[in-house]
Design a protein around this ligand. Structure first.
Ligand SMILES: NC(=O)c1ccc[n+]([C@@H]2O[C@H](COP(=O)([O-])OP(=O)(O)OC[C@H]3O[C@@H](n4cnc5c(N)ncnc54)[C@H](O)[C@@H]3O)[C@@H](O)[C@H]2O)c1
Length: 478
């Protein structure tokens, strides 16, 4: 095991040096493989001791975190103990609104830059949730696990390969879960497709496609206009804009990859082997920055910078000889695309522009498709819908539109002492696609090996995502 990791580092850097000649890119994103010890403990399928109440500390209550706070608060058996953000007004507003809607909670507010450490150190907290800018995710989840807390993070869990290994190693050593948010097969059409795939409907699944195609450039009024009075942004946050400068690759692979990886049994039955990644040029961001700079001087320093290319395409080959194609484009005027397609030896599913199945040359008609979907809704979907409907009746008017099956099941598994539907290996692997794709783009699409965060245990690991909810499912919504 030790040798494999060392060999990997050597091969990556030798290949990198050769390919760097004459190309002239920086080594900034070169994969670093610092882990040299073998797997300490297999976190796949790990069940932590059950928690009657899941006491939560929330770090980062910007646009995503404030919504998640409300979603988590609406699940039975949680307690919101702490809310932390460096923007005091966001902390105050979050505490006020959560206490108004859920008077049973009395969270303490934290507003200093390093206060997330204080929150992680508290002894009366079980789960730390983080929705901060990307660079803080690894430090926070690692510190949380070191302090005996389970970690729940927004995507990605890390921005370098080293980050990803550090998260895996910390989770194995502390036996604390690290669960990453992001699209998966816990609900909706992807749950049905996973169910069908597990029942062999598509034959052997041999190819999958996903994307994060999400137009962030059009629509100046809602995305780019600054609320100058409150020194805030209405849409796209400045830190996220900065992430798109001087970088090129798939910067947000997880939403597209998650369902594909679960359907293809990646980390449990198959493993990624290598990838290649190619980006085109930027054709829109530079024009957008020039246009915005005319309206708001804040954007002037961004004029003339080197932005991520519009479209990045990454192709992954698995150890069992299957393929995954991922795309990333946030700056072309197009409708959204996430989990898009899987193709098997008997048939295929395609999600966009509308969900459809084909078992040969012809698409299934709408009636057949609808009845197939209806007949294959998994238990997790039915149970979650039932929880939502019951809560809607009891609460008379509260909207559960934004509560997700994934949040609900995370809390349910922690309360019932069950393995989680996604493991720390999924979090690390899915996040690692970004630095690996950048490395490959830098080298004109050179192939790069994907680290096996499971240390070969993918061969025997049981798949997560218990669609039939054989255990648990006992948690309600408030
Ligand atoms: N799962 C999803 O569908 C989804 C959707 C949107 C965003 N996200 C993810 O959520 C995360 C946050 O994105 P966002 O759009 O909410 O950004 P945001 O800028 O609106 O929120 C980030 C918050 O972190 C706070 N913060 C920064 N440094 C901090 C520190 N040291 N301590 C405490 N708080 C700190 C900021 O003040 C801000 O309120 C990102 O990782 C993003 O990728 C996920």
């Amino acid at each position: 095991m030790k040798n494999n990791r060392r060999d990997f580092l050597r091969r990556a850097s030798v290949a990198g040096t050769a390919l760097m000649a004459g190309v002239g890119q920086s080594q900034a994103n070169c994969p670093q493989f610092s882990r040299v010890s073998g797997q300490r403990f297999n976190m796949n399928g790990y069940a932590a001791p059950k928690l009657d109440t899941v006491r939560i500390g929330i770090i980062g209550v910007g646009s995503r975190g404030s919504g998640t706070l409300r979603r988590l608060a609406g699940i039975e058996g949680v307690d919101i103990k702490a809310i932390c953000d460096i923007a005091p007004e966001r902390v105050n507003e979050s505490i006020k609104s959560i206490k108004k809607e859920f008077p049973q909670y009395d969270p303490q507010g934290y507003t200093r830059k390093d206060d997330w450490k204080r929150v992680c150190e508290r002894e009366d907290i079980d789960l730390i949730y983080t929705a901060t800018p990307w660079g803080l995710h690894t430090p926070i989840v690692v510190y949380a696990m070191e302090n005996d807390k389970h970690a729940f993070t927004e995507l990605p869990v890390g921005i370098t390969i080293d980050d990803c290994w550090q998260v895996v190693e910390t989770s194995e050593r502390t036996k604390k879960h690290c669960y990453m948010e992001g699209s998966d097969c816990s609900d909706g059409i992807s749950a049905v497709v996973l169910n069908l795939a597990r029942n062999g409907f598509f034959g052997e699944v041999i190819h999958g496609e996903g994307a994060y195609i999400h137009d962030r450039v059009s629509d100046t009024q809602t995305r780019w206009v600054r609320d100058k009075q409150n020194n805030d942004w209405f849409g796209y946050r400045p830190w996220r804009l900065k992430e798109n400068v001087n970088r090129n690759g798939n910067l947000y692979p997880i939403h597209g990859l998650g369902p594909v990886a679960q359907i293809m049994g990646i980390n449990s039955g198959d493993s990624m082997d290598y990838l290649v990644s190619v980006s085109g040029d930027d054709f829109t961001m530079k024009h957008k920055m020039a246009e915005l700079a005319e309206m708001d001087e804040y954007y002037k320093p961004y004029v003339g910078l080197d932005f991520r290319g519009n479209m990045n395409t990454t192709i992954i080959r698995t150890k069992l000889g299957k393929t995954i194609m991922l795309q990333h484009d946030i700056s072309s005027p197009r409708p959204n695309v996430r989990f898009n397609m899987i193709s098997g030896t008997k048939g295929m599913f395609c999600q966009y522009p509308y969900p459809a199945i084909a078992m040969g040359h012809d698409w299934m008609n709408a009636e057949e498709f609808d009845s197939l979907v209806k007949a294959n809704k998994p238990e997790i979907t039915k149970k979650f819908k039932d929880r939502v409907q019951t809560a809607e009746k009891v609460s008379k008017g509260r909207s559960y539109e934004r509560v997700t099956a994934s949040d609900w099941r995370l809390i349910d598994c922690l309360r019932n002492g069950l393995p989680l539907d996604k493991s720390v290996y999924d979090a690390a692997l899915w996040s690692s696609i970004t630095p690996l794709s950048e490395w490959s783009v830098d080298r004109e699409g050179a192939s790069v090996k994907v680290p096996d965060f499971t240390d070969n245990s993918w061969k025997t690991n049981k798949p997560g995502m218990d669609l039939s909810i054989n255990e648990g499912g006992t948690t309600g919504l408030l």
